[in-house]
Ligand binder design. Structure first.
Ligand SMILES: NC(=O)c1ccc[n+]([C@@H]2O[C@H](COP(=O)([O-])OP(=O)(O)OC[C@H]3O[C@@H](n4cnc5c(N)ncnc54)[C@H](OP(=O)(O)O)[C@@H]3O)[C@@H](O)[C@H]2O)c1
Length: 229
């Protein structure tokens, strides 16, 4: 595991810990100043990962918005945007999703071995399908990204993906943004599900920064001794 990328988890939640509403519409939890901060964090990463449900529900572009940041990356000899990464076991991904249609950069889809034929049929040449055995484990996924030259990975959710990276201990830094309102509906997705997290009452994570960004609060936690101060 020595050469896995540095893994930074990023997400925004409501005051009651939800990632979204229970409805169809995507819920905007953050504000413009914070979206710009996230854009800057993205620009510093080699790859961005979201789960397949986030690709289906939110249809994110996962690109760097600022032209200046894109230019700076190219000047440094890096691709304009980070490699886009997702994972699926059902293989239910639409080739018209912005994940596939936006940006010329590399796109990777991780899946268990049996899903490969269905995925290749659906998304064809739009992305590289990478099989990781009987199940996709976050340590194996991170190691594979490391072998592909990814040094810094940003994980942008959703809850299922955050839960697995955290429980596996494949996490070095957490950026949690808290929006000043409640969702109040337990049908909505929470930041994480149940599990044995390495950070518990006996082993507290280290809070390294707390900052107001307009009306939201950014909480930054160091999760490993690889944390970059
Ligand atoms: N507030 C925020 O910062 C933020 C950020 C991102 C997302 N969200 C919200 O979060 C919600 C989605 O979260 P979620 O927890 O439901 O879904 P998710 O984490 O985005 O994706 C879960 C899906 O990813 C695939 N997957 C996860 N682990 C896998 C594994 N080990 N092997 C193979 N495939 C795996 C599966 O896809 P298949 O079903 O295709 O097999 C699974 O259904 C959305 O409502 C979205 O709006 C919020």
């Amino acid at each position: 595991m020595g050469d896995r990328p540095y893994v930074l988890l990023s997400c925004s939640i409501s005051l009651d810990g939800y990632l979204d509403s229970a409805g169809e519409e995507r819920l905007l939890l953050s504000n413009d100043a914070d979206f710009d901060r996230v854009d800057a964090v993205r620009a510093g990463c080699d790859a961005i990962l979201v789960g397949a449900a986030t690709v289906r529900n939110d249809d994110p572009r996962l690109q760097i918005r600022s032209a200046e940041r894109r230019r700076r990356r190219v000047k440094q000899g890096r691709p304009e945007g980070p490699v886009k990464v997702t994972l699926t076991s059902r293989g239910d991904l639409d080739p018209r999703a912005r994940f596939f249609t936006h940006g010329d950069g590399e796109k990777l889809v991780y899946c268990p071995d049996p899903t490969v034929p269905e995925l290749e049929r659906r998304i064809g040449p739009l992305a590289k399908v990478v099989a990781l055995g009987g199940e996709v484990r976050m340590d194996a996924l991170a190691a594979d990204l490391g072998a592909r030259g990814v040094r810094r990975l940003m994980v942008e959710g959703g809850g299922s993906v955050h839960t697995q990276f955290l429980i596996a201990g494949v996490a070095d830094e957490l950026h949690l943004v808290v929006a000043p309102f409640f969702v109040g509906d337990s049908r909505a997705r929470r930041f994480v599900g149940d599990g044995a997290f390495p950070w518990c009452a006996e082993r507290r994570a280290e809070l390294v920064e707390s900052r107001a960004i307009g009306d939201v609060a950014l909480l930054r936690y160091a999760l490993s001794d690889r944390f970059e101060r």
